[in-house]
Design a protein. Structure first.
Length: 190
């Protein structure tokens, strides 16, 4: 799909040199996976075709294969195991099982491929405190920053995975303002 968008950007009124990936939850994982694939030269595109990433509550690790170096930083699965709104560990595990993705698949679980985090373009990551995936985004943001990549983050402590799908929550307005600002930052970083 990204290759199609790249090759057809001009016909759609866009610019192929200003494309970025964006996604939420599993879609956030895919936003990173596409950027990684392109940056590694595994797509029929220039390696720098993805100019930015915006990922909201992204999946970056399978809980069965988190590198030891991240174990002290990644406590959100334990912290949010049960009784959390939207998703808890049991529901997340059912998604993993339905996808049938191997826990060590670096093409999907991009957090495992720390050596190539330096290849990513400027990235905006959103995390939520009451989310089993909270630390996935935080860990990868830290890894990217340590490798000199421009990363902007917003964190919503005390709020659940994708809380913004509830428009009546007062925090949803703040999220939307920050999300627009974060995506604008990605675009302006190109």
């Amino acid at each position: 799909m990204f290759q199609w968008a790249y090759h057809n950007a001009a016909a759609l009124g866009g610019e192929p040199n200003k494309l970025y990936t964006i996604g939420t939850s599993a879609g956030g994982a895919l936003a990173f996976a596409v950027a990684r694939k392109v940056a590694l030269g595994s797509a029929d595109l220039p390696k720098n075709s993805v100019k930015g990433i915006a990922a909201f509550s992204p999946v970056m690790f399978h809980p069965d294969d988190v590198p030891e170096r991240y174990s002290s930083q990644r406590t959100s699965f334990k912290d949010n195991e049960k009784d959390t709104p939207i998703i808890d560990v049991a529901s997340l595990m059912s998604f993993f099982n339905a996808c049938n993705v191997k826990a060590d698949d670096v093409d999907y679980f991009v957090g495992l491929d720390q050596a190539n985090h330096a290849l990513f373009p400027p990235t905006y990551i959103v995390t939520c405190g009451l989310d089993p995936l909270r630390d996935d985004g935080k860990v990868v943001a830290g890894s990217m920053k340590n490798q000199g990549i421009s990363v902007r983050t917003d964190h919503y402590d005390g709020l659940s995975h994708c809380f913004w799908m509830f428009p009546t929550l007062p925090e949803t307005r703040e999220f939307l303002q920050n999300a627009f600002s974060g995506v604008k930052w990605v675009i302006e970083s190109m």
